[in-house]
Structure formats: C-alpha cells, structure tokens
Design a protein around this ligand. Structure first.
Ligand code: SF4
Ligand code: SF4
Length: 402
C-alpha cells in the first residue's frame, strides 16, 4: 500500500517508519481472523486492516473524527495481527505513530481526560499505587462491588531474600504497579535465580518502563522514564542483563529504539538496552533449575500474555519449563487471544475488557486447573478480578518446586 505522510511527520524518522509499515501491507485481511476486537464486533474498523486504513488516511492528511479515535482506542496493542500477518507488517509500530497523530488533532471529553490523568498520576508510581491500594482495602466495605473486585489479594509474607550467591549479577526491573501490588513475583524470581547461581538486584534509579504513560498519550513522559532507565542500567550499574518479570514492561523496553529514535543522545543507547532485556523464562530455559519436590497441585493452566507471545515472541516457553518441573499444563483454546487487560485498557475500555476476560477465563478453566499461571502484572490483576481459581505468576510455580 503506497503512502505519503504529511506534516508534521513528513521527512521524520517516525514518518519514514509509518510509510514503510504501510508499504508492507497488501490489504489481504488475514489479520482480522485473529483480532480480538474484530471477533467481538465484526466491524472492519475494529480490526487491524481497518485500523491501518484509518491511520493511513489520517497520516496522509484526511480529517479525523472521534470515530477514528474510538476505533484506535479499542485496539489492545496485543499484536496478534502481527503474528498472523503473512507480509510481516509491524502493526504496533504504525499504531505507536498513528494514535498520537490522531489524538493531537482532537480533544477528548473531560471524563476521558480525567480518567487518563488519574491513571497516569497513580499507576506509574509504586508509592502512590501502594497508598491507593491501602486506601482501597481500608474502605473496601463501602466501595462499589466493581471497584472492590479490582483490589488484588494481599501479598503473602516473603522469606528473607537469599544471600548473594557470588555468581553472575543481573539487574532486575522493580517496576511500578508490580512493586506495590505483587512484590512476591520478584521475590520468587530472586530465590529461583539464586538457585541457578545468579544474583538478581534492582538497579538504583531504574523504575517504571514508561508504557502506561506512552499508551495514554504522554509520549514525552515515557521518553523521560526511558532515558532515566537507560542511564541507570548503562551508567554505574553497567548491567549486562536486565531481567524483567512483567512481560508488558519487557516488550515496551524492547521498543525503546523506536521511542528514542529521534534523540541523538539516546538512540544508540536505546538499542543497547533493548538487547539487554530478557524475560526470566529465557534464562531458565538455558539454565534450568533442579526440581527438588513434586508440585502440590500439578494440574494448571498457563495464560500467555500477548506481550510474551506476540511481543517478545516466546510462545510455549512457560508451559515447556513448567512441564519439565512436574506440572501438567492443560490445553488452552484460543491461546492467541488477549485477556483484555492490555495495560490501562481494562480501565479505559471496560466493556471490551470484561467480554474478553470472560472468554479467556472460560478457555483457561475448561480442563479444571487448580491455578492459572501468567507472566504479566496487568493480566494477573485483570484475570484475578473474576477468576474462579487462584491466578499467580509462573515464577512462583518454579519457586515452589526447586
Ligand atoms: S496487516 Fe498483514 S494480514 Fe493484515 S491486511 Fe495487511 S498484509 Fe494482510
Ligand atoms: S493489536 Fe490486537 S486488537 Fe489491535 S488490531 Fe492487532 S489484533 Fe486487533
């Protein structure tokens, strides 16, 4: 598909990227078959091919409307369409350019602006999120049921962190929401890695990856957070590996090169940092921990976040690892479909997110697992709201048997 973007993107790196992505699309529509929102509505404009057309028109200077914005807002950025596309169209790179381009031409209703500002004020800050959680728990009895359901279970007490094994040192992303809501994930990762002779430690100065701000239209703030993380990891810490237990954050950091492509001081550093980031399942596949006891509840289901499956392109890895440790992962139908979490999507598009979660939980519990294991804090929070069985991070399953 030929495309010529207009000002202010004409002649920029972002403009060239958008034109290249658009050129690769042959408009075959195969991607619609695996798009969760197209599956929900059957509307061409709620599928990738339609959204690509909407963005092409906008980038070529045609007028945009709230309708354009709505269909782009409904996209989960799950990237299932990329996995399906036979032409290798990097849809999310186009969306990351097209969505802000459209947003810049429209004013959202005040309710949307207020909700987005509130999410951005609370969630990228672990301390604020912890206060919000504490207040939520305190006032839980008088909260509306929908809000009360959003409160995650309290983190279990954790054993003291293992003594440094004196082995390979790896940086661990502490994150923001996860640090406040589920510190047990990184605690379990630290114990598991100690058993394979690696010392995981958060890097002072590193924090939120920037994904929440970016996906809510605050690209400059996301860039500021990315620069801060890059400085932390490439500075004094000289990290050789950055382990990220939230696949959503890892996938976003892998995109730092696009985010900072126009920044001469950080473009090359962003490429280096993106190469350092790894999901723990990649490390454990190379150096598997030794099981020392059988699982108490072997029958499980694995929910692969889209960011792990389509973003980091690591499908099947968790199931393989857990099966080798004695678990019995049950088959999950339509595993390629998003659960509806998608960062802040569950808050900004609650109807779509709720419908997708209901479908996902039905698929995950079809073979009566004792628990669901996932790899991303957003999926954990979203599925945990209504799941009939416990939802946990897969690294906890590894921790329990090694
Ligand atoms: S994105 Fe890929 S699958 Fe979808 S219409 Fe374009 S070429 Fe076809
Ligand atoms: S990223 Fe996901 S929701 Fe968005 S168009 Fe692609 S498949 Fe559909």
């Amino acid at each position: 598909m030929r495309a010529k973007v207009v000002s202010p993107l004409a002649g920029t790196i972002a403009g060239a990227t958008a034109e290249a992505v658009l050129r690769a699309c042959v408009h075959c529509g195969m991607c619609n078959a695996t798009c969760p929102t197209f599956k929900l509505t059957g509307d061409e404009l709620d599928g990738p091919r339609g959204r690509i057309y909407l963005m092409k028109s906008a980038l070529e200077g045609e007028a945009v409307t709230r309708e354009t914005q709505l269909h782009l807002d409904r996209c989960l950025t799950c990237r299932a369409c990329e996995t399906t596309c036979p032409s290798g169209v990097e849809y999310h790179r186009l969306l990351d350019i097209g969505r802000p381009f459209v947003d810049a031409q429209l004013t959202r209703p005040w309710r949307e602006r207020a909700l987005r500002a509130l999410i951005r004020w609370v969630t990228p800050h672990a301390d604020r999120f912890a206060v919000a959680l504490a207040l939520g728990r305190l006032f839980a009895p008088i909260l509306p049921a929908t809000l009360r359901a959003k409160l995650p279970p309290k983190a279990p007490a954790q054993a003291a962190a293992p003594k440094p094994a004196g082995g390979r040192r790896m940086a661990l992303l502490a994150g923001c929401v996860q640090a406040a809501a589920a510190p047990q994930f990184n605690a379990a990762a630290t114990r598991v890695f100690a058993r394979i002779g690696a010392d995981l430690a958060p890097t002072p100065g590193a924090g939120c990856c920037g994904a929440i701000d970016f996906h809510l239209g605050a690209a400059d703030q996301a860039r500021a957070l990315a620069r801060r993380n890059i400085d932390a990891w490439l500075g004094e810490a000289r990290a050789e590996t950055v382990v990220v237990t939230a696949s959503g954050c890892a996938a976003f950091i892998k995109d730092y090169p696009d985010l900072l492509a126009a920044d001469p001081a950080y473009a090359e550093k962003a490429v280096r940092v993106a190469a350092l980031v790894t999901d723990p399942v990649e490390v454990l596949a190379e150096t598997p921990p030794r099981p020392v006891r059988p699982p108490a509840e072997p029958r499980i289901a694995v929910h692969e976040p889209c960011t792990l499956r389509h973003g980091l392109k690591l499908p099947g890895r968790i199931e393989t690892l857990l099966a080798a440790l004695g678990y019995q992962p049950q088959p999950v139908r339509d595993a390629h479909l998003c659960c509806g979490s998608a960062g802040s999507y569950a808050l900004t598009q609650p109807e779509f997110a709720g419908a997708l979660r209901a479908d996902k939980l039905a698929a995950l519990t079809e073979h009566a697992p004792a628990a669901i294991f996932t790899a991303n804090i957003g999926c954990w929070l979203h599925l945990g709201e209504t799941a009939p069985v416990p939802v946990r991070h897969w690294i906890e399953a590894v921790d329990e048997v090694t």
